[in-house]
Design a protein around this ligand. Structure first.
Ligand code: UDP
Ligand code: MG
Length: 322
């Protein structure tokens, strides 16, 4: 915050994870800066560098030299977006926290609308994309993803979520109480359950650079989402296992009766082997599901820090979160 900003006004923190975004930073600061200057708020930027080795850090530091409202938290290596956002929220001092990406897909001109909506008395305002700019394949994938998620977790996450969202200090403090290592942010946001609203916003193309979320990263996110917020796969495994056992028992009793009453029947080796292989496959599948949960329990019990900070520019390191 610069000295020109009166202290009584609420402080707005822009929480911005950055990972190889050198082409976007200057434009991002210019566009958001223009909007923020027109708002009756103090503001700060909390950039979290997630281990980029391009010019991202240098460019932000250059801006930070002349603008004390720009803070930079450098993580020691690439932690992933979820941890970077968490680090940003942990370091933000604001009364209001607005989380956005630096690629300008969500236009900064929406910031005042978010503030207005939040000040109506909500703790969280989610941005919803007025229209999606994704290609048909991405659209299909994301509708399968969110649909499955809804079915498994019952979190009722609003459809068409944009990245941009604003929330209160109270909400941020709650968020930071969530200790999980596997952090599905949207899930945690819904789980916090304070009063929330949504805001329709415009979408633009990424200003520059490319998306860091390829298919495998998206699959990982889907995994986190389902396995962290749902025990349904476990229950399904138990139910299906019980069903198979009962069916197999009935079948075996049938064979025994057939033998007892000397009914002739053809021994079907191929089908027997088929059944064994099928049975083994199904068992492996469900043991695998259980193993995924055990792996997660293992990860959680280690209680490792959620992020590790290399350096903070224009600020101090926040306490380590476990
Ligand atoms: N990001 C990050 N760590 C990562 C990958 C991405 O902090 O390991 C940041 C990235 O800099 C961007 C945001 O997460 O600010 C979203 O990434 P991107 O725009 O590439 O994803 P998309 O908008 O395509 O979902
Ligand atoms: Mg993006």
């Amino acid at each position: 915050m610069s000295p020109a900003q009166p202290a009584a006004l609420p402080l707005l923190s822009l929480v911005v994870p950055v990972y190889y975004e050198e082409e976007c930073i200057a434009q991002f600061i210019a566009e958001t800066g223009a909007v923020l200057a027109s708002l009756p708020l103090r503001h700060e930027y909390v950039f979290v560098d997630d281990g980029s080795t391009d010019q991202t850090v240098a460019i932000i530091k250059e801006h930070a030299r002349t603008n004390p409202a720009i803070r930079l938290v450098e993580l020691s290596y690439n932690h992933g977006k979820q941890a970077a956002v968490t680090a940003g929220i942990a370091h933000a001092k604001g009364d209001y926290l607005l989380y956005m990406d630096p690629d300008l897909q969500d236009p900064p001109t929406e910031i005042p609308h978010f503030v207005t909506e939040l000040e109506k008395g909500y703790d969280l305002v989610f941005g919803i994309r007025r229209e999606k700019m994704d290609g048909p394949l991405n659209k299909l994938m994301s509708s399968v993803f969110w649909g499955t998620l809804d079915r498994f977790t019952g979190l009722a996450i609003p459809k068409g979520l944009a990245v941009m969202r604003i929330f209160t200090r109270r909400f941020a403090d709650q968020f930071l109480q969530y200790p999980e290592q596997n952090r599905f942010i949207e899930g945690i946001f819904m789980h916090i359950g304070l009063k929330r609203s949504t805001l329709l916003i415009e979408q633009r193309e990424r200003f520059a650079g490319t998306s860091k979320f390829n298919f495998s990263r998206k699959m990982n996110l889907a995994f986190d989402a389902i396995f962290d917020f749902s025990e349904k796969p476990l229950k399904a495994a138990v139910k299906f296992g019980a069903f198979l056992s009962i069916a197999a028992s009935i079948f075996l009793v049938g064979i025994l009766l057939a033998k007892l009453f000397l009914i002739e029947f053809q021994a079907g080796w191929p089908s027997l082997i088929g059944a064994i292989v099928l049975g083994t496959g199904i068992q492996l599948f469900f043991v695998g599901i259980v193993a995924i949960y055990i792996g997660r329990i293992y990860r959680e019990t280690k209680r490792r820090p959620l992020f590790s900070v290399k350096e903070v520019t224009n600020g101090v390191s926040a306490p380590v979160l476990h």
